[in-house]
Ligand binder design. Structure first.
Ligand SMILES: [Zn+2]
Length: 95
């Protein structure tokens, strides 16, 4: 078992990567969202359909990245959602 200091510092890196993944998701969804809330039919020269595809790709990328990156440093399972998690829901280790 790793020392808790190491787990805490590794989990900070995990959260940072998870936040970057969320940023990718938000950025990919925004143009499609923008088109939907306004009466525009295109944005930056791309049609609504193009941006819907970008949003779907962003969503899939996000899910894949979360699955690959968002892991408990102790047990390797998903530790549970939320940015301020104190314990892994899988192994209960303090994060
Ligand atoms: Zn764990």
């Amino acid at each position: 078992m790793k020392p808790s200091e190491q787990i805490k510092s590794e989990y900070k890196q995990v959260l940072l990567k998870a936040k970057l993944s969320s940023a990718i998701l938000i950025i990919s969804i925004l143009p499609s969202f923008f088109i939907n809330i306004t009466d525009k039919t295109s944005f930056l020269g791309f049609s609504e359909t193009n941006w819907d595809i970008v949003a779907i790709c962003g969503g899939v990328t996000y899910l894949v990245l979360v699955k690959l990156l968002w892991k408990c440093p102790n047990c390797g399972n998903f530790p549970g959602g939320g940015w301020h998690r104190l314990n892994c829901k899988s192994c209960g280790t303090s994060l």
